[in-house]
Design a protein around this ligand. Structure first.
Ligand code: F6P
Length: 362
């Protein structure tokens, strides 16, 4: 008798922990006697020429700690459900039909889609088109609704915090202003968490537009106390009051805006206004590369095992979510379509302010 089969794919940008989810899915599916097919290149693997391989549970060992995704991923391509901040493009019906046809031909019991807002939007469209889908929330940006945290976030914060630790010593040695630009798209989760954990002095996030008078006031206050260096953490989506997002490229019609460059703008302006030597470091894809932290390894393993359980229980159209102390199932529709951002009056911002960290808006 042929074993039952499920499928898994990883969509959107890569992220530490994708392989740990794949491992957990394959291992827990194999304990139910199920085979797992891994689709290559994200959702594209479902389309002609269909591209997948059977994942052997005995070969999953090294995946717990490995960065990237062994299945490959894509955030462009024929599905492209998301074109920008809050905008959506319809997936052509012919593409959904083709994916459903290929899925059915493989006789799969369910499909696990690992992704962020864009990929889960595609997953929901597939579900509405008759494919039994379960989602797993992935993004270093931590900007998904309906889960306390996404996997990959902790690893990105660890990377940014390590960068701040290193910048601290060189900033102090040279009495400089060091600006660290971190990812996060339109949410300041990475900047605020790493900024606090890494001892930043000023944190600029999209949720709290800043002004240079306030940023320079904080630097002057520090100087007055004999602290002759300053660490500024800037989220790539931060913007000055009345200013616009900074992006290095013009936006193609079907692409999301690629944010980046605000760190250099801040370093230059602060340097001009204060007369202090200022330098910028753009952390970029270092935050996405490499293996997951211990926290993410555990979270990915819990998410992967839970996703298999949800297929077994036929709870399709759901996404696994962390609601401490449990992992639970939530409708995918609760997670997508709007971003979860840092509450400007929430605990993280209050904690930072209690320590004297400035958000450049006072
Ligand atoms: O969503 C994850 C993320 O790393 C964002 O933080 C960042 O803005 C974007 O992806 C970068 O995308 P790309 O890898 O396409 O440059």
């Amino acid at each position: 008798m042929k074993p039952e089969r499920i499928g898994i794919l990883t969509g959107g940008g890569d992220c530490p922990g994708l392989n740990a989810v794949i491992r957990a899915v394959v291992k827990s599916a194999s304990r139910l006697g199920w085979e797992t097919l891994g689709f290559h290149g994200g959702f594209e693997g479902l389309l002609e020429p269909v591209s997948y391989r059977t994942l052997d549970h005995r070969e999953m060992g090294a995946l717990l700690t490995a960065g990237g995704t062994v299945l490959g991923t894509s955030n462009r391509g024929r599905f492209s459900a998301k074109t920008g901040h809050g905008q959506k493009a319809e997936i052509p019906r012919a593409i959904l039909d083709e994916a459903k046809r290929n899925f059915d031909a493989l006789g799969l019991r369910g499909l696990i889609c690992v992704g962020g807002d864009g990929s889960l939007t595609i997953a929901q469209a597939l579900y509405e088109h008759g494919i039994p889908v379960v989602g797993v929330p992935k993004t270093i940006d931590n900007d998904l609704e309906a889960t306390t945290v996404t996997f990959g976030f902790d690893s990105a914060v660890a990377c940014a915090t390590d960068a701040l630790d290193r910048l601290h010593t060189t900033a102090a040695s040279h009495n400089r202003v060091m600006v660290l630009e971190v990812m996060g798209r339109y949410a300041g989760w990475i900047a605020s968490h790493a900024g606090i954990a890494g001892g930043g002095d000023i944190i600029l996030i999209p949720e709290i537009p800043f002004n240079y008078d306030s940023v320079c006031k904080k630097i002057a206050e520090r100087e007055a106390m004999g602290r002759l260096f300053t660490l500024i953490v800037v989220a790539e989506g931060a913007r000055s009051q009345g200013g616009d997002f900074v992006s290095k490229e013009s936006v193609a019609k079907d692409h999301e805006m690629r944010l980046g460059g605000i760190g250099a703008v801040v370093a230059e302006e602060v340097g001009k206004r204060t007369g202090k030597e200022s330098r910028v470091v753009v952390l970029g894809h270092l935050q996405r590369g490499g293996g997951p932290t211990t926290f993410d390894r555990l979270l990915c393993t819990r998410f992967g095992a839970k996703a298999v359980q949800l297929i077994q229980e036929e709870k399709f159209g759901t996404m696994v979510a962390l609601r401490p102390p449990d992992t639970v199932a939530v409708p995918i529709t609760e997670a997508i379509g709007r971003l979860r951002t840092v509450p400007p009056d929430g605990d993280i911002v209050r904690t930072a302010r209690a320590l004297g960290i400035s958000f450049g808006a006072d």
